[in-house]
Design a binder for this molecule. Sequence first.
Ligand code: SAM
Length: 290
Amino acid sequence: MAYLASPYKTAEIVRKYDFAFRKKFGQNFLIDPSVLEDIMDAAGITKDDTVLEIGPGIGTMTQYLAERAGKVIAVEIDSALIPILKDTLSEYDNVKVINDDILKLDINKLAQEEAGGKPFKVAANLPYYITTPIIMELLEKNVPLESITIMVQKEVAARMMTGPGSKDYGALSLAVQYYCRPEIVTEAGPQCFMPRPAVSSTVIKLERYGDLPVKPEDPEYMFKLIRASFNHRRKTLANGLSNDASLKLSREQVTEALGKMGLKEDIRGEKLTLEQFAELSGILGQQSVN
Ligand code: SAM
């Protein structure tokens, strides 16, 4: 089977199987081989690696992964694509296609079964409607992984890269930067896909830290504070956190903690660095009434 990453070859497969693109599954297939080469270079896949691909589509990226990795596990929700994948990936004996919703799979169990719990790599041209839940699932469930190299909407990549003070800064930025070192790999315009999406895309690599550089006493509590801070983005941090019923914090407790950290009492959450959220959670964690 020739490579699928061309407008001609992709159209041919679509015609052959009378495949109807489903917008609700975010189906925009890659047709630009140079973008795929960039993804492969960044992901640094070797025969020692097991790779999890989320949403293989017709198998365009899967072909590249299968040639480089020891094993590829490809999870595809759309059952109409399964016979197509069987055909387009027939030459490779190191690919396992699973017809399921990635958000419903127990990825830790999958990692155990398929890679013996050894850290694996994730590579994907993600369906954009579930980018954030997928990333949060991979990071927060402590799935054993080395890196995530993914195509995402340009604006989402900006949110993952940015720091305090920017309008893009939020819970996703902090979660990504707590667990990983993010790096932009390349940009991909709408012309790199079939059908063309309305948005521009970016490939980003998230390399998971072996040793986390920021170490809050209770990471779960820190993320609770972070979520509450950004739920009430326009409020000051003192108002936002004290109005959040689940935290059970008074305005005075928050103001006092901010004072201890040398921060103004009217500061907003979007101005705090990850280190400052870790410090704040250390102070407030001892005070909150459970
Ligand atoms: N990897 C292919 C490529 O680059 O050409 C296809 C990428 S396309 C942007 C996203 C793929 O994810 C589609 O094949 C879609 O059916 C699949 N998908 C959407 N939601 C999914 C889910 N919840 N679980 C698994 N796959 C999903």
